[in-house]
Ligand binder design. Sequence first.
Ligand code: AMP
Ligand code: MG
Length: 535
Amino acid sequence: MKFSQLERLNFDNQFTQNLPADVNPVNSRRQVRNACYSRVLPTKVTDPKLIAWSREVAELLDLDDDPFATTEAGEVFGGNRVLAGMDPFAMCYGGHQFGNWAGQLGDGRAINLGEVVNSRNRRWTLQLKGAGPTQYSRTADGLAVLRSSVREFLCSEAMSHLGVPTTRALSLVLSGEKVVRDMFYDGNPQRELGAIVCRVAPSFTRFGNFQIFAARGELDVLRQLVDHTIRNDFPHLGAPSAASYAAWFSEICRTTADMLVHWMRVGFVHGVMNTDNMSILGLTIDYGPYGWLENYDPNWTPNTTDASGRRYRFGQQPQIALWNLAQLGQALISLFDTLEPLQAGLDLYSTYFNTECRAMMLGKLGLNVIAGQTETDTALTNDILDVLSPVETDMTIFYRRLAVLPLDGTPDKLDDSVLDALSDAYYLPAQLTEDYRATAIGWLQRYRTRVRLEGISDLERRQRMDAVNPKYVLRNYMAQLAIDKADQGDYSLISELLELLRHPYDEQPNHEEFAGKRPDWARERAGCSMLSCSS
Ligand code: AMP
Ligand code: MG
């Protein structure tokens, strides 16, 4: 049987058709001027093997044949076969890394294959990550290892099923080759399995794609890229004009705020919020040393490279997004006669984020925004930190347990036993001092008062809360278990986790083992508690 549907993918490559290309056809590492991209072919690999596949992403591309029935999916999404209609290229972009302008970066190991228009007229760009060196690879090899590819594949899909805007992942292919990585940057390089993920998104354009042209004074190319982006990705804003530029920047600010609200809701820490890792569509992009909050600690970052400054810690992500938007605004100044539209976008980010974040925090408690309650509600949602952070409390479990805490018909004064319902969320029960218990019970009393004001039953409260507080997230140790098995040639846990994470809000009694706290062995293990950028 042939996977003939692949041959029928309908490519329409607007990015390469409309925008200036690198005039030098040679794939050599260099500064590329006056161009949005360089054409480059994926490097052929010895033995591509498909090991995981997302059927939901396949459906977006009208692919429903069994990809494992033939070797073709591995050939195409491992980069060995370029299909008719594909026009592979690497994008030129720059970026601020950890707050400093880094100049040209670009797709150093990502190769866009082309844009597919599906039967519903939706446009999807296919991009291979880890498919070999490009003009933008600088001193690196253009490759990716299995562990980071498993993490990207699973997390993109998990985030999408959680309702978080994200790039998607279609496939995970082993290259059959070894890739050398010094995982801890300690002079101990190892040969690891190489892998390639096929990522899928309407577009992979980043803030840094615009920044590079502003930084170089290539303002004509900048405008071409902006106009192309508005026409292709923001067609509802109308033809490029002063008005649509302003509306466009505001929309980027708003969708970025939406993404941040979602990250804060589910406890996701991106880890490397450089401006080259910020999607113009407000999608979570570039899954590297990301992590999930387990014990609630707003200062936590999973990224070892950021351990001292903690620039990208959980609680600071909303401010960093604003800083990144300000850098994008700076890059777009030449499009505007005054700074007013850019300032308006940034102001919108702050007000919109605050409003949405407040509603989200209430929503996690099963509560709606009620007029006249703003001050008390803000105090209630702020003060939950006094319950979550002084003792090691698993954020995900806490909210699911709070959802089933009985409040209907409870005695006027809640007593100590009320905390029993939350006990699963605590890592170290010995930390629950008298003081802590009094604080927690005090907060629960206020919470009950507010629930009664809203007039909802325990049942309704639980339904509301379970719809926004996931039961299952991709805890770092879970990805690590899948990676350990995959390293031994057993890919079953990748598919199992993908299946589990398809329904993150549902009770899944067969999978209680993944609904519990992070096991003790994972507390300090690399890959589970901290990750390096080496990938
Ligand atoms: P990241 O921190 O993963 O977002 O990457 C920052 C920059 O480094 C981007 O331009 C990447 O394309 C590039 N890069 C990261 N890893 C590699 C690699 N193994 N080979 C080539 N370029 C890379
Ligand atoms: Mg990146």
